[in-house]
Each structure stands twice: as structure tokens, then as C-alpha cells.
Design a protein around this ligand. Sequence first.
Ligand SMILES: [Zn+2]
Length: 213
Amino acid sequence: MSRISATRSPPGAGVTGLTGDDVAPRFVTGQDGDVDFAFVSGNPALDLAGTVGSRRDEPIDALAAPADLERWVAECAELPERVTADFATFEFALSLREALYRLALDRVLDRPFDPGCLQIVNGAAAAPLPSIKLSDAGLHMSGDLRAVLAHIARSGIAVLGDPHACLKECGRNDCTRIYLDRSRGARRTWCGMDECGNRVKAAAYRARRRAKA
Ligand SMILES: [Zn+2]
């Protein structure tokens, strides 16, 4: 059911950490502080991978600096409210993100997992985890960024290793976000209605009107 072709150039090429070369990311970065993060993938590992949009054309990276990652963690409902990102851990988070994206894409395309990316994700998952506490306010998680990344890696492993998990790429061509479709009959087409579904529908409406005129 994938809309993507395996023959296209590998996403994430040029990203530090995937190849072992110190290649500068070629991503266009978002403007400081004003990028809206979307948490619509159904899994924090997929949401992290989704911080790069438009991966096949001109990738747009919402995590341009450590502060962006701190904000992303704070905004993600199931992660701690506050972490500090030093540059080395930020770089590690980006390589984990690209590895998670590549493995999710491998799942969508029904091909074997990339061994190097498996190593990155499995390695991240082996680190100590954040601590969790239950109270009347619900679950409270605390831990440093390394621990948060371990939690994200484990969430990624849980979804990527689940043979019943239905992973899809968003139906809007420029989006390229991979999400977990939990809908009845797995009939979801977009990563999110606000993010993509309404945009595609509005564009189709405009095209119909143009055709009539
Ligand atoms: Zn989308």
C-alpha cells in the first residue's frame, strides 16, 4: 500500500551519523522557535522521525539546534517537561532520528532493516531509562535527554517489531511522515487532518474550480 518507490534516492543521505562520515546535513532548517511540531504519528519515535518533512524533495528540519530538541521533548505529551540538550547529545538524537526513519521506511517498503540503523537504535535503547511516577495527575516521567532517547528508541523498537502494526506514509506527497494507522480497517490516509488531509482536500477543490472555469 506504499506510495513510495524503493528506487528513489535514500532518504537521510548526507545526515551525520548514518554513513559514519561527518557530512553536514543538507536539510533546510525551520525558522528559530516558530516551527509547530506535530505529534500525529501515534508513536514518539515516529514523531521524532517526522521532525524532518518533505524528505524526498527539499527536506525541512524542524530541529535546527539543541534548543529545538528541548522544545520538542517538552511538547511531546509522554516525555519529561524539561530536558537540557548539550551539542553531543543533540547530534546523537539526530542520528537516532535518521536511523528510526530509515527503519520505519524499511518496514513500509517491506524490506530488511538496515543493519547500521538497527545498531544505532538498539544501542540507544540499551541506555538507562527515565523514571516514571504515578499520581492523581497521571504519569510523570523524569530523566535526562539520553534517558529520553532510550525511551524513544524502545518505543520505536516496540512499533517496528510489531508484525500487526500498520505503518504508512502520509498520502500527501510532500509530507513523507510515517505514521501508525490504528483506525478501524486501517483506512487512514493522512498523518493528520490539520497537517495534511485538509490541505490536500483544499487543493483538490481549487483544482476542480479551475477546471470548471
Ligand atoms: Zn502528512
